[in-house]
Design a protein. Structure first.
Length: 122
């Protein structure tokens, strides 16, 4: 290690008590075994089970391509909606006559910016 001289030994934190250092070595070893054994056991388990279908790399590539196309379609739709919203706002806010958006109950939600009623809209 390049900067090893700047760090204190791990055992220094435990006052070099053999019980504490040993406990941490054992627990670190068990954690290491768990990290490596759990994925391996899952792979073994899934390969032995015939009722759990695992997709092939070709199927995964096809699914990935479909998702990519769907993302592109959604992005195009969002761009179209943003453009339409921008056009609507431009027309709505540049009209000198009163123009407003109402709820079905008739409550005024929004009035255009050039409207004389704009200060009264919440």
């Amino acid at each position: 290690m390049i900067l090893a001289e700047f760090f204190i030994p791990h055992g220094h934190c435990y006052l070099w008590k053999p019980e504490l250092v040993g406990l941490h070595l054992v627990s670190d070893g068990l954690i290491t075994v768990a990290y490596y054994s759990i994925p391996l056991l899952l792979i073994i388990f899934l390969r032995q089970r015939q009722d759990i279908p695992l997709p092939s790399p070709a199927q995964l590539a096809q699914i990935n391509q479909q998702l990519t196309q769907e993302i592109q379609q959604r992005q195009q739709t969002e761009a179209i909606l943003r453009d339409r919203e921008q056009r609507f706002r431009a027309i709505f806010n540049q009209t000198f006559q009163f123009m407003g958006l109402l709820t079905p109950e008739g409550k005024l939600l929004e009035a255009n910016q050039r409207s004389p009623l704009q200060p009264f809209v919440k």
